[in-house]
Design a protein around this ligand. Sequence first.
Ligand code: ZN
Ligand code: ZN
Ligand code: FE
Length: 761
Amino acid sequence: MHGVVQGVGFRPFVYRLASEEGLSGFIGNDTDGVTIEVEGPLTRVDAFLSRLRIEPPPLARIDSIAVRESVVTGEPGFRIVASEVLGRVSTGIPADAATCPDCLRELLDPHDRRYRYPFLNCTNCGPRFTITRRIPYDRPQTSMARFPMCPSCQAEYDDPLNRRFHAQPNACWQCGPRVWLSNKDGAEIPADDPVVAAIDRLLAGEVVAIKGIGGFHLGVDAANEAAVLRLRQRKRRYGKPLAVMVRDLNVARELCALSREEEALLTTSARPIVLARKREPNGIAADVAPGIPWLGVYLPYAPLQHLLFAGARVRALVMTSANLSEEPIAIDNDEARSRLGEIADVFLMHNREILQRCDDSVAAVVDGAPQLIRRARGFVPLGVELPLDAPPLLAVGGHLKNVFALARGRRVYQSQHLGDLENLAGLDFFKESLAHLMRTFEIEPVTVVHDLHPGYLSTEWAKQWAQERGLGLIAVQHHHAHVAGCMAEHGLAGPVIGLSLDGTGYGTDGKIWGGEVLIARLDSFERFAHLDYVPMPGSTAAIREPWRMALGHLHAAGFDVKSPKILSLLGATEKEVRVLKRMIERGINSPLTSSLGRLFDAAAAVVLGRRVVNYEAQAAIELEGLAVDEPDDETPYALEIAGGNWSAREPARIGTVPLWRGLLKDLQDGVSQARIAARFHAGVAAGFVQAAVQAHTATGITQVAMSGGCMHNRRLARLLRVALEAEGFEVFRHAQVSPGDGGLSYGQAAVAAAILSSRKL
Ligand code: ZN
Ligand code: ZN
Ligand code: FE
């Protein structure tokens, strides 16, 4: 039997099932899952098999069951056999799981021996990945090793019928880790109940650093405007939305208008932060998620967090990763104190060591289906299937929001979200996590896969690492990797029409791509069409300052950017515009881009008058937000497709001149921002659908795979899918992997596996 069946209470479940059906035999872990042998009357064996499929424990995931008849032994009773009996164990470590309903009941039951114990867990819940040093996943290999179990805990651990049978982090007040309140210097602050003291501090408006499962959070009362502002100032994080942990699902419903899919996503054992439509007013400080109609909410997933909300004194807390801007999240007590000393007023510490850094995961329901935006706690290290066999390989991902992937055979294991690979702290986290996952899965890569961009730190590192170890190297174009990831998730080998709608990626012509219509196979691609190139005056400065991007676009579209009308739209001085125009005309520091993300930035700058952004894609997200209540059938601005000769493999260009004309006219006519934003989305969708139709005419392909960071845009994703289906296309989008750069390494692995397998033939 294959799947996630180790460390999730599967063996005691099977033990109970076999006993209830009166069967003898055994169960043990093996290399890829578990092996079960049962003996008894045929009807009972059949009943056993069907219950096995229907009633598995909550965290188990059965991928396949192979049934084979074997010789009757006549041995009585059912046994759980040691792992070694059935050979090498390498299925690794389960993902961290939120406190289960049984444990939650015990936590709040004054008669239970674990009443208010902040570290209770069982085989159905608790930390896994974040407390494990190496495989096999057994207590001595975890940070629970230093806490010998008391006789009561040991008895539960040894009893096959107990919910805590082989629950590796099993603990109680007698034997387990403890919580205390600490000041910045590390001195313990005396308190009868440190959790209650922490609540008092939070309600008084203080910033409390709270040690969690994958790292520290910075918590403040989400209703307290001044406290939220203080947190932003100290963390130097302005504008970017902060996530809010709420007491329970009811509070989540009060804060946000939740769909059934969103509620399901909120309550999965991975407990991701879910971006949902906020209600207003909802009692949350305005500065938590300014300028956008969505709020990131999530539910408590660790007993300590549940205790912060127990007694209903606290309704909602801002709980944000404890770091400065894009640094890795802090995990160690001393590290937290030294790094967060200027941010937190007080620390809620504990002495169960966090061994793997792991941020909260972020997800959203996009066009009716869950989509991962940040893959981390609760999803790592679960593997994602590949449609073909891969030799052991490492795909290093991209640059921003980095995630690497290790692949072997039909599985790809993506790392947790590592943040931006821009500096040494980021690279250290990358190396630390790589070493751990290589050990965990016993994967020694023979090939390293990297992005085509020569300047990425990940590329540089990959080349050096491969050279030191004498490994093969494969470079994969960014937007091919995006589309290939979507294809691989759905088992498509291609060719498909790939829409790779994205922010930034290095193209084969050295230009910056991002609005791409590809004809893609897993191992190769051709460029059918792309957004027409426009200059990015100031290069990366144009990403931080979208007005520069608007200037680049308007200039390319033939508008007189020095006219008073455009100057006022850009909120720029004549001198600024003159300097940028000269840069563009002389080709100085103004690389050409076909990025759709940058077109969104440019439009947002003009519509919203946003000159500078505080976080990546802010302007584009705000533009999407403007249109949130507009009807879908808004008349699109036009894009025009020109040139292109498929038989000569010359890509068509998707031009934006009519789009800009329409948009500027609407602005002049006083059309509402919301309506302009809706017409803009509709125009972009219609333009790419038109390009897909032309690609179909040229190639006969009827399947479209959609990927790239712009697919996080709900409105765009929905408009594209609906229109493509209306044209008769079969449309595929990501399901388990992020369409943004967090999913890039999975796509890189798929491309490399396909290239290597075609070389073999
Ligand atoms: Zn539990
Ligand atoms: Zn105990
Ligand atoms: Fe990308």
